[in-house]
Design a binder for this molecule. Sequence first.
Ligand code: 13P
Length: 258
Amino acid sequence: MNRKYRTTVIAGNWKMNKTPSEVKGYAEELRSILGSRVKWCDIVICAPFVDLPMAVRSFRDLKVGVGAQNVSQFPSGAYTGEVSVGMLKDAGVKYVIIGHSERRQYFAETDESVNAKVLAALEAGLQPIVCVGESLDQRDRGLTLDFVSCQVKAALCGVAPEKARKVIFAYEPIWAIGTGRTATSEQAEEVCRHIRTIVRGLYGARTARATSVLYGGSMNDQNAFELLAQPDIDGGLIGGASLVPAKFAAIVNAANQE
Ligand code: 13P
């Protein structure tokens, strides 16, 4: 982390878990552990679409920002089942995860659709959390840095320089997601630093220095401190451990370090 130049972000990704009626209890539990005075990082909860209005209401006084897990690249119209950036904005949502590997893998998300969604989100004033990361096979073949470079460059295609620093990246190696097998802090740092280098090449040193790059993949209350101590890891995108308020709060507290 480097709090002087960029925001530390601890973001939970609930994936397809929790109903609207479960949101309030979660928020109350989180409040009872953290209080409402967290100053050292931005806290975000990315909830399923139907949970979002309840999440915005329940997390408001906790200063937890609410995010969606996907969004349409189209502004409105005949796109059955889709949700637009305008709808999210109107609902009080501030962030949106774009290009999670589960969406790339199961729902045919491509670098092109990721890019279109990033542009739509930025245009609407939503902060995108763009997920990138390699498969185990790609890592074993030594392709990690090249593959992640391509994903980062594709996501940023056509993004204006003044908007680029709003894009949060999350490095999520696919082999570490939901497997209990976390990347070592050296592995995670190497790729997060590389992402910053790519951003520097595209937008210059000031934008790169201000860009938050998160790590995701089996991050938990045991390994968060060491991961967050790395200079280029500016936070976490947390799946499983974000479902339990005490575990998520412990990760938030692990971000309270110099
Ligand atoms: P886990 O923390 O459950 O491994 O999930 C990580 C993730 O995919 C967050 O987006």
